[in-house]
Write a protein that binds this ligand. Sequence first.
Ligand code: ADP
Length: 495
Amino acid sequence: MMYILALDQGTTSCRSLLLDKNGRVVASAQEEFTQHFPKQGWVEHDAEEIWQVQLQTLHQVLEEKKVQPGEITALGITNQRETTVAWDRSTGKPLCHAIVWQDKRTASICEQLRGKGLGEKVREKTGLVLDAYFSATKMMWMLQHVQGARELADANKLCLGTIDSWILWKLTGGKEFKTDMTNASRTMVFDIHKLNYDSELLEAMDIPRSALPEVLPSVGEFGTAEIGEHRIPVTGIAGDQQAALIGQACFDPGMVKNTYGTGCFMLMNIGKRGKGSRHGMITTIAWSDGDETYYALEGSVFIAGAAVQWLRDGLKLIDSAPDSEYFARQAVNKEPVYVVPAFVGLGAPYWDMYARGAIFGLTRDTGKNELVRATLESMAYQTKDVLDAMVIDAGMEIRSLRVDGGACANDLLMQFQADMLGTEVDRPTQIETTALGAAYLAGMGSGMWTRKQVRDFRRSERVFKPKMEGKRVEKLYRGWQKAVERSRQWLDDES
Ligand code: ADP
């Protein structure tokens, strides 16, 4: 039997997936690892622990299927993006904990860079918004604050990489220090148009090029993993959201995936030109194969499934997230009720950090069912806000919306989403799209699968077709926009 092995190194857990040559998942294993919160706003991971936990899950799937050396054709990696690791090239030891994408410690470094007028350059060259989220200021912080980091860099012995490059390094016994273009495009020092690190940005941030991994296309030859007796070519790497786009087989321009988790993450394939956004969206590399590079617009909603958690844990209206569907179906909405879950302000396309949550349209007969329904609907409205903006930015229509993430199991939400967008919403049988994406890239990189085959692997479990009358859609959405407008600028200042 021939297999493809996918490693999915996420923010809270590591997973390994084994696929057979027909693209079917035949084994999987998952384990959590420790989150470190040393100070307010700081989030760290222990890169050594991540490696050990990742390796454990890898051995679990190999043992479960009793896989022999030589039976795995290729290995793919997907990873939490932006999180940065610093290690010593000669000893292979991390110098400090990895700084996680959520970590805000470098906000003041970002302010300084903005002060130097770098904001516009960052946007033009990297497609990103100058923010602590991305790797560059985390690298700067390590070079400035971690003992020995600068000296190692001066001696060409420092490795500064995202998690994919760390995992690859460990898999290959320290032989390969490489990353792929999707991960590089999240560092904030990678020019997504010229496809190389940008000297001007590196210089302005004082990050030595010699400390950064070599950048390869996402489908390619990254090296050979040495795991016990196994020798496995690593032939595919992509950051998690991009991997999900591949896992959803969104290979053509105009194809979009939305992940309904705690927040929502939308990526739209915009083809081979890295168009900028005028609505505060990010332009990023979707994936690359040989000299073909595809771009994506990326937008996110801060509070999506988290609003359902609020119904459950805050208001105690429901016992579990899936129960939301049952109650929402009992709602009798004479006049629509709107919940605007701007708990932490509003993201794209509003970008209003002073907005706060609000409920509108309450009447005497509004009860629990109506509130639950309005909360679910808010996920669909927010998704529409972002997608409408993307359509304008990209200058292309959405063909269909491919969905994944925990809350995509909610049929009522998916139907309402289709109605609001006037587009089909397509839920696949396999919703582990991130790990699948890594497997697909590796399978293509090894020549085991063609792009066409991968397309055919994806099966729709259910397609929700728009059913609501256009006039009603318009009326409901107008009401949402009014609700959003009234929740904006709620706080007088940042305090
Ligand atoms: P994450 O990866 O961000 O932790 P998941 O993809 O695991 O998120 O999805 C979990 C989120 O989805 C939670 O916020 C939960 O409230 C929400 N959720 C899960 N199932 C449902 C459901 N059936 N209906 C609505 N929301 C749901």
